[in-house]
Design a protein around this ligand. Sequence first.
Ligand SMILES: C[S@@+](CC[C@H](N)C(=O)[O-])C[C@H]1O[C@@H](n2cnc3c(N)ncnc32)[C@H](O)[C@@H]1O
Length: 251
Amino acid sequence: MKNQNNSIKDNNRDTLFEEKLQVVKSFAFDQQVTDVFADMIKRSVPGYESILKSIAMYCMQYTQNNSNIYDLGCSLGAVAVTAASVTKDKSCKIIGVDTSKPMLEKCQEIINQKQLSDRIQLQHTDISELTIENASVVVSNFTLQFIPKSQRLEIIENIYQGLNKGGVFILSEKFKGDQSNDEFLIQHYHAYKKLNGYSNQEIQRKRDALKNVLVPDSLVEIESRLKLVGFKTTIKWFQCFNFTSFIAIKE
Ligand SMILES: C[S@@+](CC[C@H](N)C(=O)[O-])C[C@H]1O[C@@H](n2cnc3c(N)ncnc32)[C@H](O)[C@@H]1O
């Protein structure tokens, strides 16, 4: 299909915020976003591929025999699939959880194509209502930031309770900088998106759409919440601009 510029349109490329609609509607994980999500997350989250590879490494190190791995807010199952690839020698169950039906449908297609349906089970459940049990690895890769702030502590408490001794929680989030660096981080993150092919207009429109939908915590809030529920070891192992990943170990 050709677009207005007479060039071939790639239906999997994220062009959702190119159009000059009068009002930008709130961001949602609907069918439109699902269709372009793989491209969107790769071009929008700095270090995404490298974070996934590190999560694979953590799964390799921390998955216990006869335990569960949870991929909270699994979207297209990137974490679940990578976890499956490194735990073939363990008898573990991988559970992907999401509230978006279009995401789960596409995720199931991917799982079937990769012949992983015996290893990965999907659940259409809100994380705030999920029972986590017998877990050795729980991953929230850029999901908690979309859940109301008032629910975040209780969710992390449930994760802590559901983890086995020696198990880990891996949490990736976009964070809010402090007074000294917030503007710098945002400005340079936007420049990074520009380098990845988004126009200034697309960047601004996406930012408007995410307002009150993605509500970032500060690094202090993220870490203190982990400590509050009982994690004694919490390590920030990744940061690029205002994106970060932590690992919290249950002793
Ligand atoms: C940014 S995406 C996560 C990306 C994915 N983890 C990855 O690594 O590719 C956030 C996902 O969380 C899901 N989500 C948002 N709120 C949720 C909730 N309360 N319960 C379950 N899933 C939720 C969304 O539908 C979306 O698929």
